[in-house]
Design a protein around this ligand. Structure first.
Ligand SMILES: *[C@@H]1O[C@H](CO)[C@@H](O)[C@H](O)[C@H]1NC(C)=O
Ligand SMILES: *[C@@H]1O[C@H](CO)[C@@H](O)[C@H](O)[C@H]1NC(C)=O
Ligand SMILES: *[C@@H]1O[C@H](CO)[C@@H](O)[C@H](O)[C@H]1NC(C)=O
Length: 211
């Protein structure tokens, strides 16, 4: 009996140690409720590269990764979450429920940025550019987390971007490309309890998106 008790105590200690050792793999961002409890979390490693081109000439390249100190996360504790890169742009996640052909939760990904804020005077347009991935990721119910440990690469390109000057829309002749490489992600947009991810739904394969 005493021996049995001692081994349960040892097992209990091991459990606590395993819990303490379970930490984030990338950078952990937390979304807070109004009462400061955590409602959403994203553990992520990514690189995002913005490039401005004129013809085939590279004007400027700007890169951010998860560790950039001015990154931050926003979310509504319900359907939406976004990682912001230094206020110049964001990676947006939106959860929606799809009924056909079978009921499931889906994750739509998009990248938004303001060329004038990313590239400065080289590309002074303040019109927000938005790129939406054509394919959605399948995720579980709202209390599950989505996890992808394989490189998920998205490449977006916009030619003939327009700028409005004195109310007139004109072509800038500048080409924008965005390359987003997500090396690791575990995310739950809402219903996070006690700062722990819910049951994991793993990505079936990386969702490469090249237009
Ligand atoms: C995430 O990036 C950090 C460096 O910022 C690295 O130490 C870590 O191994 C990476 N994790 C994964 C899962 O790629
Ligand atoms: C774009 O926005 C920035 C910051 O708000 C401002 O300083 C700049 O003048 C704007 N540029 C144009 C072309 O509107
Ligand atoms: C961009 O504009 C040029 C000149 O107006 C035109 O020749 C070209 O087809 C346009 N490219 C795209 C992708 O719309």
């Amino acid at each position: 009996m005493g021996h049995f008790k001692r081994s349960s105590v040892v097992l209990g200690f091991l459990g606590v140690i395993v819990l303490l050792l379970t930490r984030s793999e990338g950078r952990l961002f937390k979304v807070l409720n109004k009462d400061n409890t955590v409602c959403g979390m994203m553990d992520v490693n990514f690189t995002v590269t913005f490039t401005a081109l004129q013809g085939s000439k590279k004007l400027k390249t700007v890169t951010y990764n998860q560790d950039f100190y001015r990154n931050y996360i926003t979310g509504d504790c319900n359907r939406n979450m976004a990682v912001h890169f230094d206020n110049t742009g964001s990676w947006n996640l939106h959860v929606h429920f799809k009924v056909v052909p079978d009921p499931k939760y889906m994750l739509t990904r998009s990248v938004s940025f303001v060329p004038g804020l990313v590239f400065g005077k080289l590309a002074p347009s303040n019109k927000t550019e938005n790129f939406v991935n054509a394919d959605d990721a399948k995720i579980g119910p709202v209390d599950c987390s989505y996890k992808c440990t394989v490189d998920d690469k998205s490449y977006y390109k916009r030619e003939n971007s327009t700028d409005s000057n004195n109310g007139k829309s004109q072509t800038t002749g500048i080409i924008y490309t965005v390359f987003l490489d997500v090396q690791y992600i575990q995310v739950q947009v809402s219903h996070v309890h006690r700062e722990r991810f819910g049951p994991t739904v793993a990505c079936s394969s990386a969702l490469h998106y090249y237009p």
